[in-house]
Design a protein around this ligand. Structure first.
Ligand SMILES: Nc1ncnc2c1ncn2[C@@H]1O[C@H](COP(=O)(O)OP(=O)(O)OP(=O)(O)O)[C@@H](O)[C@H]1O
Ligand SMILES: [Mg+2]
Length: 394
């Protein structure tokens, strides 16, 4: 079983590279599913298939080739299957608070329902061994971070809030009916939530098991895109997901000599070097800018050939967790690998969302959550290849 996430900023090439990887895996004989985690689905468009094909399929996996399936969720179908009592209560709530019935039904699709539905599928496919490879085409960074935080958030909600809410609703129901117009959720609402939660059990273990799941961060050699990639790198690591490669997409090929692109090429060169500094020791896979949009099976396959250049796309290209943030006795501690460095003076500078580490010629900018960066004192210790940074008073 192998799951690979393709994540990154909007428009960097996630869907194309996810599709290209899926094609390579399927052609190597693995039963492969490419799933879109983006509400603005575009998988079918990139494969240049008719949209009605997938619409008829109502969000189920659609076989497009030998060993290759595509899946884009149909939220209405999911609500019917998974969210019945929950959706009914939410629409009733919105409806009684004055919204038109149709609008209430539409609005009762909570942010997160689609993502939870996807997690249910992933869990089910892994348990039932439906596919050997699942490729996940993520939404732009912010939303995909919310996606991976769902299992932890739900776990917390079920452990801390759910039982209390259920008991309170039971106690308050007879009373509140007389005082307020707003209906309280019934037992079927709570039962449905509980059942959903049960079906999600284990999915966080799948996503954080580095033998199964790895993340590939797609980026471009540009300042703002790189900055967001660094942030994504930190957050995925915070959720203990293993990032096994950075994919540098849209590099101007050597053949482009036109004077008009001279500055573009120079800047790309500079940002590629910066990327090496930022992300080492992670491998960076380079992909050139194609002559035009990458559309249809043949071109996607060519993109896959360029991307993996003879490597097996299912390999884990990096297996270490280069970066680990934990909370020990109330203080944050960051441990990171800094290979090939001999002990010298360590210089640390904290900015509102960033830590700059300098050890001799080694320099590293690490984005930090604000709560961590707010620490009063920051100390560092180098032991072998491991640098430990202690934040106190955050
Ligand atoms: N290496 C490349 N060369 C040429 N065109 C590319 C390359 N990579 C991606 N594209 C094109 O760039 C556009 C955006 O790519 P894609 O849809 O894969 O990005 P995305 O990251 O999934 O975007 P979104 O965040 O909107 O989902 C597409 O038209 C695609 O064909
Ligand atoms: Mg996309």
């Amino acid at each position: 079983m192998r799951i690979i996430f393709f994540a990154g900023k909007g428009g960097v090439g996630k869907t194309s590279l996810a599709a290209a990887t899926g094609i390579k895996a399927a052609e190597a004989g693995h039963k492969t599913l490419i799933m879109s985690l983006d509400v603005a689905h575009s998988l079918v468009d990139i494969f240049d298939l008719g949209r009605d094909l997938l619409d008829q399929n109502r969000g189920k996996p659609l076989k497009v080739r030998e060993n290759l399936w595509l899946q884009e969720l149909d939220i209405q179908e999911e609500i019917r299957k998974n969210w019945g009592a929950i959706h009914k209560y939410l629409s009733l709530l919105l409806n009684t608070t004055g919204l038109d019935e149709i609008l209430a039904e539409e609005l009762a699709i909570l942010p997160g329902m689609e993502e939870v539905s996807l997690l249910l599928y992933i869990n089910q496919y892994v348990q039932r061994k439906t596919f050997e490879v699942i490729i996940l085409d993520c939404a732009p960074t912010g939303e995909s971070l919310r996606f991976i935080s769902i299992p932890t958030t739900l776990e917390w909600y079920m452990a801390k809030i759910f039982k209390m809410e259920k008991t309170l609703a039971k106690l308050a129901r007879p009373l509140a009916k007389r005082i307020y117009d707003v209906p309280l959720p019934g037992d079927d609402y709570f039962d449905a939530l509980e059942k959903l939660f049960e079906r999600l059990q284990g999915v966080d273990r799948i996503l954080t098991d580095p033998r199964i799941t790895t993340v590939r961060l797609v980026t471009n050699p540009e300042k703002i895109v790189l900055k967001e990639t660094q942030r994504a790198y930190m957050y995925f690591s915070l959720y203990r997901m293993l990032i096994d490669a950075i994919i540098m997409n849209r590099i101007f090929p050597e053949g482009v000599q036109d004077d008009y692109f001279r500055d573009w090429k120079k800047n790309q060169e500079m940002y590629r070097q910066k990327a090496e500094e930022y992300f080492s020791p992670l491998p960076i896979l380079n992909v050139p800018l194609f002559r035009g949009e990458v559309l249809g099976y043949r071109q996607l396959k060519q993109l896959g050939d360029q991307l993996y250049a003879g490597r097996d796309p299912l390999d884990r290209f990096y297996t270490d967790q280069p970066y680990r943030l934990s909370k020990i006795n109330g203080n944050y501690q960051l441990r990171l690998k800094v290979p090939f460095i001999t002990k010298q003076d360590i210089d640390l500078t904290t900015l509102p969302e960033e830590l700059i580490i300098r050890i001799g010629s080694y320099q590293r900018h690490l984005p930090l959550p604000r709560s961590v960066a707010a620490a009063g004192t920051v100390k560092a210790k180098l032991e072998g290849e491991t640098l430990t940074i202690q934040f106190e008073g955050a």
